[in-house]
Design a protein around this ligand. Structure first.
Ligand code: DQQ
Length: 463
């Protein structure tokens, strides 16, 4: 299939993350593997780089790295239950028939679409909407983003919601055929003071000997997860935690692939003024796929190893001494890089990996570990001289065991920065440095540290 090419000259546009050729993209939807291929649908506005007239776009990959753009999968049907937009949802294999379930607006109702030609085109049955209204008797504050699984012959569906003056909640439904739905009860609920007033984009799945719930709570502007126990069709969370603390990762969705891996993608939103995105002609990027595992009772995150397909020129070093307070510039630079950096902090109070660095230091983004406070931060206070770029610091607690080094796995792709730390924390951010700011450096503050391993690769573009 001939692939559309983007015409943007914006150097902030990523090269190896998936995004449509132009316009607005938000949540990942309908993740499914079909005859070996990975299908990634996404919320898409063909009318411009802003949220509106929401369709489903569709991309397909054999290797989780290179994506073919199959164009629009779902469009609002004039006069139909999705006339104002096709909001988020999921995909399942219903006895050999690929089936999407999604929210039509307005009002929010649940719809399905089926494909009989290998996921190329989609038909909306007359039975839509298959769930026409939320359960009665709940002062609910939303009714969207269905996520499905099967138990024996029965389909179960969770729908994101909230109850006025209480907090976010998950509505559980069941069906024999994806057409007739029965409301069961609330799967689990939160306190609005702690986990927001409405829970968008629920995902619910088994992992290890536990179950995991992912939610995107309004108004928290970040996605969170709960690990807990699923029994009698009720979910009891052991605890809630943040999925990604960089401030730019939202509305994730998971799928289980034929290797048995739970893979997660999220929407990475912009970090610059809307006027700048308008000029650029695109807005929103898909994260790299992350493998989720349960370790020591909590979620761990790893980039898929398939990404190594993109590695080209590399620079590697071992046991580099980082002298106190002196900048060690690496002899490799770039704005599309993968980096693995392992640091024994030694006597340093903090250690920093700098990226997007201008030769004179006027622009620099810091990935800084403060070992005194036990916090890892992305500091973009000086990431860009462009006033349209947002500048702030996002951080997360990260305690290292006595002999545990700091292990950073970093993907820089022009304006996208994804950081995995010690397998258990992720920070995703956006930076918009000037074209020439592409240096990489290490610094140890207040003492001497050792970079036990440094590996940096320049990355190929995916199209
Ligand atoms: N995005 C979709 C909704 C969902 C929200 C609309 C989360 O279905 O609740 O584009 O980003």
């Amino acid at each position: 299939m001939e692939q559309p090419q983007h015409t943007s000259t914006d150097h902030h546009r990523p090269l190896y993350h998936f995004l449509p050729v132009a316009n607005w993209m938000n949540d990942p939807n309908g993740l499914i593997q079909w005859k070996g291929d990975y299908h990634l649908f996404y919320q898409y506005n063909p009318s411009g780089p802003f949220h509106g007239t929401i369709h489903w776009g569709h991309a397909v990959s054999r290797d989780l790295v290179h994506w073919q753009d199959w164009g629009i999968a779902l469009a609002p049907t004039p006069g139909g239950p999705d006339k104002d937009g096709c909001f988020s949802g999921c995909a399942v294999d219903n006895n050999g028939v690929p089936t999407l379930m999604y929210t039509g607006i307005r009002p929010e109702v649940q719809c399905i679409a089926v494909s009989h030609d290998g996921l190329k085109t989609w038909e909306k049955p007359d039975a839509n909407p298959v769930i026409a209204e939320p359960p009665t008797g709940l002062a609910q504050t939303g009714f969207r983003d269905p996520f499905l699984w099967r138990e024996g012959d029965v389909w179960y569906c969770v729908i994101g919601s909230g109850v006025k003056d209480e907090g976010g909640t998950i509505l559980l439904y069941r069906s024999p055929d994806l057409l007739q739905w029965e409301y069961v009860h609330r799967l689990c609920s939160g306190d609005q003071a702690e986990t927001g007033t409405m829970w968008e984009c629920p995902n619910f799945f088994p992992l290890g000997d536990k179950h995991v719930l992912l939610i995107s709570p309004i108004p928290m502007q970040k996605s969170i997860f709960a690990v807990g126990t699923y029994a009698d069709h009720q979910f009891t969370p052991d605890f809630f935690d943040t999925l990604d603390d960089g401030g730019h990762f939202y509305a994730p969705q998971v799928m289980r692939d034929d290797k048995g891996r739970w893979l997660m993608w999220g929407w990475i939103w912009e970090g610059r003024e809307q006027t700048a995105a308008h000029t650029a002609g695109w807005n929103g990027v898909m994260s790299l796929p992350r493998i989720l595992t349960l370790e020591n009772g909590t979620l761990h995150f790893a980039p898929v190893p398939e990404l190594a397909l993109l590695r080209q020129d590399d620079w590697q070093a071992h046991d580099m001494t980082l002298t106190a307070d002196s900048l060690q510039t690496l002899p490799i630079n770039g704005q599309a890089l993968e980096m693995i950096v392992e640091i024994d902090p030694g006597t340093a109070k903090a250690v920093t990996l700098q990226v997007g660095r201008a030769a004179d230091g006027s622009e620099v983004t810091e990935i800084r570990y403060d070992r005194v406070q036990g916090r890892l931060a992305i500091d973009r206070s000086h990431a860009s001289l462009d006033p349209a770029s947002h500048s702030d610091v996002h951080s997360v607690g990260l305690d290292l065991a006595p002999d545990e080094p700091l292990r950073l796995h970093v993907f820089l792709d022009h304006s996208v920065l994804e950081v995995f730390a010690n397998g258990r924390r992720c920070l995703t951010s956006r930076i918009y440095p000037q074209t020439s700011s592409d240096g990489v450096a290490l610094v140890a503050q207040g003492g001497t540290a050792t970079a036990t391993q440094v590996a940096v690769w320049r990355m190929k573009a995916i199209r």
